[in-house]
Design a protein around this ligand. Structure first.
Ligand code: AMP
Ligand code: ZN
Length: 480
C-alpha cells in the first residue's frame, strides 16, 4: 500500500519511498525524533510529539518495514534563549533544585521513560542517545565545518555563518537564499534589543559555547577551541549521523522546531557532509491550553502524572490525541479529555465483551491501513472502529479480531481487560486500610472507606479474589 506523508521540506503530501531497497523483504527505515530537554517533566503537549512518532512507526511496521528509531535526550546545551544567550536550561534547573546537572538530567530522563510506557509507546529497539555521550562526534562535525569555512569565533563561542550555506532556512519555506536573510538582519537591526553584536547575521547560531569565565559548570568539556559545551542544534546532527548515517528517511518534531532548530540541523549536517540530510521532515501541531501553546516555561503545563492523579488512564489521553490528525492544533480542556475518556471506556468495554477466536476481516483492515497511510488520518480509523462494532455483516468474534489488529496501529490496548494503571498512593492507602478493616470485620469502617474512595473518583469492587479498583475514566480493572 502507498504511504503518503506531508513533507515540511516540500510543503506537499508525498508518496513515501524508502532510502534503502530490500531485495527480498521491505527495508529498514531510519527515523529520528527530536527528544526532550530533560530539565523538567514533559508536559502532555510534548508527549504529543512522541505519540505522533509512535503512530508513524506503527504504520511503517504494519506495512512490513522495520524501523530504526532514535529519540535523543538533550541533557546539555539547550539555552533559555533561542538566540544563544541566556542560561543552560539544565544548569538552571540544577540551581533551582539544588542538585547537580547530571542528577537533574537523570531524574527527568527517567520520568520521561515512565511517560512513554504509560502511553504505550513502542520502544522496542528504540535508541535513546544522550547528547553528553556524543561530545567527540559533535566536536568532529564542528571541525569539519571549520575546515570548510562555515564557522567563526566570537568572545563566547564558535558560530555557524548562515550566509555561507546556500538555501539556509529552506525548511518550511521560511527564508530563501540569502535575500530574506538580509531582510531578517535589517529587521533585527532596526530593533536592537537582544542583539548579539558579535554575530555576523542574527540567524547565525552557536556550535560550541565557552564556559563563562570564572564559572564552574557541572557539564563542560575540553575542545580545540576552549573548555565549554556544545550548542543544542549540533547535538541532533551528531547523534543522528552516529546512529542512522548521513542521510536517512524521516525526522520529526513539533512545529516550533521548524524555523530554528531544524533549519540549523540541516545547515550543519549538509554543510559538513556535502550531501542531503533527511528525506521527509514531519511536524506535529501544538497542544494548546486556553488558546496558548502549552509550554514548559509557562505555568499552564499539565503532566501525564496530573492526568493520572485525576483518575484518567494515560491511554484516554492517547485516545484524545488520536481523535485529531497530528497536524491539527488541539485545544486541551479537562472536559474534552473527559469526553475522550468516556468514548475510550465505551469502546474498550464493547471490545472486551466480544468473544475471541474470530478472523481479521481483510477488507476492513485494509481500509484502516489506508487511513493511517494517508498522512496518519487516525480520526478516520477511530470512526471505522465504531462503525465496525455496528456492522451486522460481521460476526462478533471477527469484529474483535479485526479491532485488535487495527489496534496494532492505534496502541490503545483495546484487547486488554486489565491495564497496568498505577493507582495513586492515597487511594492505595485507603484500599489497604479497608482491607484491614474487613479482615477485622469492621464493616462500618469498610463502608466509610469505600465512600471516601468513591469521592476521590475511584470505585472499589469486592470480588472472590479480593478488592479491585476501577478508575471512573478507564474501564480497566486493577487488582490490588
Ligand atoms: P522540548 O523538550 O521542549 O525540546 O520538546 C519536546 C518536543 O515537544 C519537541 O518535538 C517540541 O517541538 C514538542 N512540543 C513542545 N511544546 C509542544 C506543544 N505545546 N504541543 C505539541 N508539541 C510540543
Ligand atoms: Zn533535535
Amino acid at each position: 500500500m502507498d504511504i503518503e506523508l506531508h513533507n515540511t521540506l516540500t510543503r506537499k503530501k508525498e508518496k513515501f519511498t524508502p532510502l534503502q531497497h530490500g531485495l527480498f523483504s521491505k527495508p529498514t527505515i531510519g527515523m529520528y525524533n527530536c527528544g526532550p530537554t530533560v530539565y523538567n517533566y514533559a508536559h502532555i503537549g510534548n508527549l504529543r510529539a512522541y505519540v505522533f512518532a509512535d503512530t508513524l512507526k506503527r504504520l511503517m511496521k504494519a506495512n512490513g518495514y522495520k524501523v530504526k528509531q532514535v529519540i535523543n535526550i538533550t541533557d546539555v546545551g539547550h539555552l533559555t534563549s533561542e538566540a544563544d544567550s541566556g542560561e543552560d536550561k539544565i544548569e538552571k534547573a540544577s540551581e533551582r533544585e539544588h542538585k547537580s546537572a547530571w542528577d537533574i538530567a537523570k531524574f527527568y530522563t527517567d520520568a520521561f521513560f515512565e511517560d512513554l510506557t504509560l502511553l504505550n509507546i513502542d520502544t522496542q529497539g528504540t535508541k535513546f542517545p544522550r547528547a553528553t555521550d556524543y561530545i567527540s562526534e559533535q566536536i568532529k562535525i564542528i571541525k569539519t565545518l571549520e575546515t570548510k569555512g562555515f564557522t567563526y569565533r566570537t568572545s563566547d563561542g564558535i558560530y555557524f555563518d548562515t550566509s555561507k550555506f546556500p538555501g539556509y532556512g529552506k525548511l518550511g519555506g521560511l527564508y530563501g537564499m540569502g535575500k530574506d536573510l538580509k531582510i531578517d538582519n535589517q529587521l533585527n537591526l532596526s530593533s536592537r534589543i537582544g542583539l548579539d553584536n558579535e554575530k555576523r547575521n542574527q540567524r547565525d547560531f552557536a556550535l560550541w559555547k565557552f564556559s563563562p569565565k570564572g564559572e564552574k559548570r557541572d557539564m563542560e568539556w575540553p575542545s580545540p577551541w576552549g573548555v565549554g559545551f556544545p550548542g543544542w542544534h549540533i547535538e541532533c546532527s551528531a547523534m543522528s549521523r552516529a546512529l542512522l548515517g548521513e542521510t536517512f528517511d524521516i525526522h520529526t518534531g513539533g512545529i516550533d522546531h521548524i524555523p530554528t532548530h531544524h533549519n540549523n540541523e540541516i545547515a550543519q549536517s549538509e554543510g559538513s557532509q556535502g550531501k542531503p540530510f533527511v528525506r521527509y521532515w514531519m511536524h506535529n501541531a501544538f497542544i494548546n491550553i486556553q488558546g496558548e501553546k502549552m509550554a514548559k516555561s509557562d505555568e499552564n503545563f499539565i503532566t501525564l502524572q496530573s492526568v493520572k492523579e485525576k483518575g484518567y488512564s494515560p491511554l484516554a489521553y492517547r485516545y484524545f490525541l488520536l481523535g485529531a490528525r497530528y497536524s491539527t492544533p488541539l485545544n486541551f480542556t479537562w472536559q474534552a479529555l473527559d469526553g475522550a475518556a468516556n468514548a475510550y471506556k465505551k469502546l474498550i468495554t464493547a471490545v472486551c465483551e466480544l468473544p475471541l477466536g474470530g478472523k481479521v476481516n481483510k477488507e476492513i483492515w485494509n481500509r484502516a491501513l489506508g487511513f493511517v497511510a494517508d498522512d496518519l488520518d487516525t480520526p478516520k480509523v477511530l470512526a471505522l472502529c465504531w462503525d465496525l462494532l455496528k456492522d451486522d455483516k460481521l460476526s462478533p468474534a471477527d469484529k474483535k479480531a479485526t479491532i485488535i489488529k487495527i489496534d496494532e496501529m492505534l496502541g490503545l490496548k483495546l484487547g486488554e481487560k486489565e491495564d497496568k494503571i498505577e493507582i495513586p498512593e492515597n487511594i492505595l492507602k485507603l484500599v489497604n486500610e479497608r482491607k484491614n478493616a474487613r479482615d477485622k470485620k469492621d464493616w462500618k469502617k469498610s463502608d466509610q472507606l469505600r465512600e471516601q474512595i468513591t469521592k476521590l473518583g475511584f470505585e472499589v469492587k469486592d470480588t472472590a479474589e479480593g478488592q479491585k479498583i476501577v478508575s471512573p475514566s478507564s474501564p480497566h480493572v486493577v487488582n490490588v
